[in-house]
Write a protein of this length. Structure first.
Length: 538
């Protein structure tokens, strides 16, 4: 701290409030360099409010410039005090060599004497607290180092020895086969499997690094599956053999009327025996689970041959769908093929009933659809898209019923009208009925939404007629351009004030009426023909 004594002789010094130069809220001043510090002190409300005192403070800070330049900007633990033992400006009674002689006042009331002592006592207390904290920090650092050392030992043992030894063996083996696991021999895969099993059995891994057990088990299972892949391929071949039998009704087992049981050919007996051979051992293995699913379906199939009812076939279909839902991607291609073959066999048995029901439903649907089409008479999107799709579906369902041929012909007539409108490129004549003042319009059609060129020499003003050739799926591009003056040349739509592209499949209907542009302008267009009158009808 810097203490300025005999402050009572400084111009403007008069009260206790002037003892401390920098208040607590302005402590940040000490963080600046000398010039900024001086400026902020003199412009602060506390100093600037008293111009006489501000001048005295400035003189002192300027005289102490070299000292303050060393202090400010380096520490916040600094203060400047102004103190007086008399408390008021003394009376000057004479001069001596190099100094003035003052007479003390009759009554003395010291100003600012306590503040410097309070400040230094607080600094001492703070220093002691910092010292204690530093001592505590030293012990914490020592304990932390001890803890880091103790904690690191099992990690070093795990990562640098146990895990490294296991992964290094796998890496060295796969490196000999360019990283391809499929190229490794069975013996090499067994060595890797053994290494990962040994890693899993380590007490260090079980107690401290148990989160590594799951991925280690996954890797072990991966190599285990590789070793089983050959047997799995054999199992899938057997499943394919069963599928071939299901697909060929001539190979289905026949019923022995004398015993009410199925007569199995030697081939079927061999397939069943092989499937039962795979369905042994570890109940969680792929071989066990997959062969179990196939045996279940094969048993339902044989039961259906003995009792060919709708319920029996439905059980097969539900079992196939249940396997797909429950096992999903774990089903092999051979299993999926067998399921599809069984489902197709069930579908063939139900085809006659379903065809009859389909025709009846289609007839009811056709009558409902006619009524709906009449309700949507002015809706081109419905009449040319939705209704067409529905009618195409109904046409296929009704075609097989001789009693509904009249309805089929009506559908064909409607579809022909729709195709004539949608698939045939036709010419339409329009009139530009309105356009913003001092503007004109350019227009062209992009075939299939991809190609199209602006027509040079065609500027459309209100009252002008124009023709376009359009087919469903073509985009209609409209450019709004202002009157060309001066050096600006006509670009025939390539550069314009505003532009809009009608992209809907039935854009011709969007052109007939009011067309709005992105920037807010709008034009009116009227088709010579009644487009809605051209829509198909019954």
């Amino acid at each position: 701290a810097l203490v300025v004594t005999k402050a009572d002789i400084l111009p403007g010094f008069s009260s206790e409030s002037q003892t401390v130069l920098i208040s607590a809220e302005d402590e940040r001043f000490f963080a600046e360099d000398y010039e900024v510090f001086l400026d902020r002190v003199l412009t602060s409300n506390k100093i600037a409010s008293n111009s006489t005192w501000a001048g005295a403070v400035r003189d002192i800070l300027v005289k102490l410039k070299e000292f303050l330049k060393v202090v400010v900007g380096r520490t916040l633990d600094f203060q400047i005090f102004f103190v007086s033992s008399t408390g008021e400006e003394p009376e000057k009674i004479g001069t001596d060599v190099g100094r003035s002689i003052y007479k003390p006042p009759s009554k003395m009331h010291p100003v600012g004497i306590r503040e410097p002592y309070y400040w230094i006592l607080k600094s001492i207390r703070r220093s002691r607290r910092v010292s204690r904290i530093r001592t505590l920090a030293k012990y914490v650092a020592i304990l932390s180092l001890i803890w880091v050392g103790v904690f690191s030992l099992p990690h070093l043992y795990h990562f640098q020895w146990i895990l490294h030894r296991t992964t290094r063996l796998e890496y060295n083996i796969l490196a000999q086969h360019s990283g391809s696991r499929a190229s490794a021999t069975s013996e090499e895969r067994k060595r890797i499997k053994s290494a990962y099993r040994k890693y899993q059995n380590s007490w260090t891994v079980k107690w401290l690094f148990d989160r590594f057990l799951v991925p280690a088990e996954a890797i072990w299972s991966m190599y285990n599956r590789d070793l089983q892949s050959e047997q799995i391929r054999k199992l899938d071949q057997v499943i394919h053999g069963v599928t071939v039998i299901v697909q060929d009704t001539a190979q289905w087992p026949k019923i022995d009327q004398s015993t009410d049981s199925l007569r199995l050919t030697p081939r079927l007996v061999g397939l069943e025996a092989t499937l039962n051979g795979f369905h042994q051992g570890d109940s969680t293995s792929v071989l066990f689970v997959r062969s179990g699913r196939v045996l279940k379906l094969w048993g339902l199939f044989k039961g259906t041959l003995l009792n060919p009812s709708d319920t029996a076939w439905n059980k097969i279909v539900k079992q196939v769908e249940g396997d797909k839902s429950l096992y999903g991607k774990s089903l092999s291609a051979a299993e999926i093929g067998m399921g599809e073959a069984l489902t197709q066999a069930a579908s063939a048995r139900q085809q006659i009933v379903e065809e009859t029901q389909t025709v009846q439903k289609a007839s009811d649907k056709f009558e409902e659809l006619i009524a709906t089409i009449k309700e949507h008479r002015g809706n081109p999107e419905y009449l040319l898209v939705t209704a067409v799709e529905e009618l195409k579906k109904l046409k296929g369902k009704l075609a097989g019923d001789p009693t509904r041929q009249e309805d089929v012909q009506r559908i064909k007539s409607y579809l022909a009208q729709a195709n004539n409108f949608i698939k045939k490129r036709q010419t339409y004549t329009f009139t530009l009925t309105s356009c913003p003042e001092d503007h004109h319009v350019h227009i062209h059609v992009k075939k299939g939404g991809k190609t199209g060129e602006w027509l040079e020499g065609q500027q459309l003003f209100p009252g002008d007629q124009f023709t376009i050739t359009w087919q469903a799926g073509d985009h209609i591009v409209i450019a709004l351009d202002e009157k060309h003056v001066g050096q600006r040349k006509e670009s025939w739509g390539k550069k314009s004030t505003d532009k809009v592209e009608l992209k809907k499949r039935l854009a011709i209907f969007d052109l007939d009426g009011t067309v709005a542009f992105p920037l807010g302008a709008a034009i009116g267009v009227s088709c010579e023909k009644d487009l809605k009158a051209m829509l198909p009808r019954f």
